[in-house]
Write a protein that binds this ligand. Structure first.
Ligand SMILES: [Zn+2]
Length: 580
């Protein structure tokens, strides 16, 4: 565990999703929800934190979509940028900025990154042979050519990568190639061309000791990073396309070429931080402390497939700039699969299987809190997990509703009814009262400790555990019985329960923000908004409790239960491939 307190501010990034489709649950569980939970916690505790994300809008899949639909690439990215920004907002993913790589500011940022690498001698030009379609009179980058994978025989493999087995190979190893452009499936020929390559091997001696300095990273992330760093070679960073950031070189070979999206994608974090500073501070330089001051803790949240880019390649770009900080942690998650109801087996989410669940579909049917709760409960932190409809119903209803929601409801209902809508004044505390009150700050610290260590499932379990212990206390004290015979005793019990509600309100806020806001209103407490400038410590403020005689609102249901019939119906819709 690294010493978080030495940092003055935390910059959190969520991997930039591609603006070529709707975001789905796998994206959310793997990158954005853990990042959002973490950021919400940091805001609440009053630390300075900035949460940056945005659309990745260049690259070959977008131009292919545009060709297939007969529209412009700009129309494609506008559609998905807007849809995905809305989907994130619908799930309460609270970015400080959701930017775009199509912004001119991103061109400027990317070109400046490249120039520094180029001037540092880290970029070289190489001649190579690539597939070329005589019919379309163009080179065929990436998905513009398909063929059979030389490793596994998959017949939908693309130019240099197989989606099924993950193999990467050079273009001329592709078997039976054919152009993959609407109206052109001709057999291409290999033609010589030149591209620019980043000499990643020049960074090996700096990357290795840097990775060694982070033993606290997750084992899955370290494993992938070391696998790459021991075998670094020059990597092509340009493509034959007109959709991307232009190469800022006065070189005739640069005509018709752009940077490969994997070069400029992560630079989008810097672009979007710059834009945030300009938009919210009117300050062109506001971004610099977040990227260049060693008091910043840089954290990348992402899915497993993105780990090499954030543990090796992007750090190499940053090293090549000279004055940038490096990530302090890369929180890479495993995959979220889908449980197939008919076979009882976990499946990978895939478009061709039609089993993917989009965020926009899910948020149209369920509350933000229900979705967030379940995804946190099964977050694929150290191994793959699977979305399962029965488990969704059982865990949300059985844990959040029955344990926490029910405790809050019965405590506050009884208090408001019997004590004039106010927190009762306690009489003498017995051992059980004292033990309960003493445990609350400690339990809150335990949730915080899990969050600080990116153990989100554990943090959620510890939050629910507060509710479990409180229900045991309530059942033992039986305030519904004592209220007929001993009002002082009942007041003491309910005073203690109100303190639990205060703790629960804070502990739940990072996970289920809507329920937390409702509970805060019932209790009359504030959950400070915090943000990039920091603020009050609203997390530890919960430890001072809820003073006797504080007014309370008549409780409403914090977490409405899911109806089994409704869930079953939607599960069937999903099985028909209609959840996207
Ligand atoms: Zn393959």
């Amino acid at each position: 565990m690294s010493a978080q307190r030495k940092f003055e501010r935390t910059l959190v990034t969520g991997a930039l999703p591609y603006a070529n489709g709707h975001i789905h649950l796998g994206h959310i569980a793997g990158a954005y929800l853990p990042a959002d939970v973490y950021v919400r916690y940091k805001r609440l505790i009053g630390e300075r934190v900035l949460f940056v994300c945005g659309s990745d809008e260049y690259g070959v899949p977008i131009t292919l979509t545009a060709l297939k639909e007969g529209i412009s690439p700009n129309e494609v990215i506008d559609r998905y940028h807007t849809a995905n920004a809305d989907a994130f907002a619908g799930l309460g993913i609270s970015f400080d900025i959701y930017g775009r790589t199509s912004w001119p500011l991103h061109t400027e940022t990317t070109q400046a990154f490249f120039k520094n690498l180029y001037d540092g001698g880290y970029v070289e030009k190489q001649e190579m042979e690539l597939w070329y379609s005589a019919q379309s009179d163009r080179f065929l980058p990436d998905r513009y050519v398909k063929g059979t994978c030389p490793k596994c025989g998959f017949d939908e493999a693309t130019g240099d990568e197989c989606e099924r087995c993950g193999a990467q190979y050079s273009a001329h190893d592709l078997v039976d190639p054919h152009a993959n452009i609407p109206g052109d499936s001709s057999t291409p020929e290999l033609r010589k061309t030149v591209h620019w390559f980043l000499r990643l091997q020049d960074f090996t001696e700096r990357l290795k000791p840097w990775l060694d300095s982070h033993p606290e990273w997750r084992a899955n992330v370290k494993g992938i990073a070391y696998g790459w760093v021991n075998d670094l070679r020059s990597r092509c960073i340009t493509r034959d396309t007109d959709w991307g950031v232009p190469i800022p070189l006065d070189d005739p070979d640069a005509a018709g070429k752009r940077f490969y999206v994997w070069f400029d994608n992560a630079i989008g974090y810097v672009t979007n931080t710059r834009r945030w500073g300009i938009d919210t501070r009117g300050d062109e330089q506001a971004w610099e402390e977040w990227w260049k001051d060693s008091g910043t803790r840089l954290l990348h949240f992402l899915g497993k497939d993105n780990v090499p880019f954030h543990t090796v390649m992007f750090p190499a770009y940053l090293m090549g700039q000279g004055d940038y900080i490096l990530p302090d942690n890369v929180i890479g998650n495993e995959y979220l699969n889908i449980m197939n109801h008919e076979t009882g087996k976990e499946e990978k989410g895939s478009k061709s299987k039609g089993n993917m669940i989009s965020v926009r579909w899910l948020t149209a049917h369920f509350s933000t809190d229900a979705i967030r709760y379940y995804l946190c409960a099964i977050m694929p932190e150290s191994r793959d997990a699977a979305f399962d409809w029965d488990e969704f119903l059982n865990r949300y209803n059985g844990e959040l509703c029955d344990v926490v929601g029910n405790f809050v409801h019965r405590s506050l209902t009884m208090t408001v009814k019997n004590f004039d809508g106010r927190v009762p004044t306690p009489g003498p505390l017995d051992e059980a009262d004292q033990a309960l009150l003493d445990s609350l700050p400690q339990q809150l610290d335990e949730v915080a400790e899990s969050l600080e260590n990116f153990r989100f499932r554990q943090a959620l379990e510890r939050f629910i555990e507060i509710g479990r212990k409180a229900n045991q206390y309530f059942d033992t004290k039986q305030p519904w019985v004592t209220r007929k015979t001993d009002l002082e005793r009942t007041g003491t019990t309910l005073y203690c329960c109100c303190q639990v509600c205060r703790t629960l309100c804070t502990a739940m806020a990072p996970f289920v923000p809507e329920g937390a806001a409702r509970l805060a209103a019932l209790l009359g407490v504030a959950l400070p908004a915090g943000g990039p400038d920091g603020g009050e410590d609203g997390w530890n403020a919960a430890k001072s409790g809820l003073p006797a005689d504080s007014p309370l609102q008549k409780p409403e249901v914090l977490f409405p239960k899911l109806d089994k019939d409704v869930v079953d119906e939607l599960a069937e819709e999903h099985a028909r491939g209609e959840a996207f």
